[in-house]
Design a protein around this ligand. Structure first.
Ligand SMILES: [Zn+2]
Length: 322
């Protein structure tokens, strides 16, 4: 076995963001069956070598109030049902100790994407935590009761409720995700949060300058918390197009993070099943080994490759989860 194949095989691979359970709920299909039009189904996730997959619970903006709570709850339930259907192969991670996965077990960690399902009520955060949710991003692209997302013009910082949520997430040992959050809210979040924070799926402004991507300053601030910047695989984030991005662009972004703030803060956050464009060499989840091979081709050593593939993300999860 070549070095890169062995390192890929040995590495604990962690991905910061997939939307496959959104697909499940939207289309009424199961990821246990082959789903060729999706980036991920369970068989291909296993084949990719992914050990721990963070599962996004995305609620579209047309859901308001209790309807958002119901939608998100149904999607979270699909994650638990997956664990129930394959208990020897899937473990939903709720506690730090559960991060030490037995061989052959895929870890899933539930992360709410955007605070709509809280419906403006702090005890709903506790409720979701009680069900097993261990991470949350405050917004999607629009404004909600917590903060403004990246697409909002003349954005404000966190609302009083948003600030209370960040403080309560600290107390509950939940991972704070700043992906999609507008810079204005980011500044508040970084000041209030105590633990390491993540951007679970993002590109960098130095490659494509847009509000959804992270500026160099934001990268430095996340690194200062001990957190990770997880690079996603969308052309519109990686390069801005027009030609499709490839796994090499993902590696360019990873290397830029490593150059700016050190290798300890770069990670993977595919956004698989959350977008429709095609990324060369990452057409689906089984393309992840191309990232490993490219890192090694560029001279990366074993330790650093394994950090980027999952070691860094795992460090953050260990630091935050109770
Ligand atoms: Zn997203």
């Amino acid at each position: 076995m070549s070095d890169w194949r062995r390192w890929h095989h040995e590495a604990v691979i962690v991905d910061g963001h997939m939307d496959t359970f959104y697909k499940e709920l939207e289309e009424g299909r199961s990821w246990f069956r082959p789903q060729r039009k999706w980036h991920i189904d369970f068989a291909r996730l296993r084949k990719s070598g992914t050990d721990l997959q963070i599962c996004a619970i995305y609620t579209p903006p047309q859901f308001e109030g209790g309807a958002a709570t119901v939608w998100a709850s149904r999607m979270i339930n699909r994650v638990f049902e997956a664990e129930k259907a394959a208990p020897r192969q899937i473990r939903v991670i709720r506690r730090r100790a559960e991060l030490d996965l037995p061989a052959g077990v895929t870890g899933l960690l539930v992360s709410i994407e955007g605070g709509l399902p809280l419906d403006g009520k702090l005890d709903m955060l506790d409720w979701f935590h009680n069900t097993g949710v261990r991470a949350m991003g405050l917004t999607h692209n629009p404004r909600n009761l917590l903060a403004d997302g990246a697409s909002v013009k003349r954005a404000r910082g966190l609302t009083a409720f948003g600030k209370a949520v960040v403080r309560r997430m600290d107390e509950l040992h939940m991972v704070l995700d700043v992906a999609h959050l507008h810079l204005a809210g980011f500044k508040d979040a970084i000041r209030i949060a105590r633990g390491p924070i993540v951007s679970s799926h993002t590109g960098l402004c130095r490659f494509h300058d847009r509000p959804r991507n992270l500026t160099d300053w934001q990268v430095k601030k996340i690194a200062e918390t001990g957190g990770v910047i997880a690079i996603d695989y969308l052309t519109e984030h990686l390069t801005g197009g027009p030609k499709p991005a490839s796994y090499r662009d993902v590696v360019d972004n990873i290397e830029a993070v490593a150059e700016m703030v050190g290798v300890d803060h770069a990670a993977l956050g595919s956004d698989f099943d959350g977008y429709h464009s095609v990324t060369t060499g990452l057409e689906d989840v089984t393309g992840i080994p191309n990232i490993t091979r490219e890192l090694v081709r560029r001279g990366w050593g074993e330790r650093d490759v394994k950090k980027v593939l999952g070691g860094n993300y795992l460090r953050v999860l260990r630091a935050v989860l109770a």
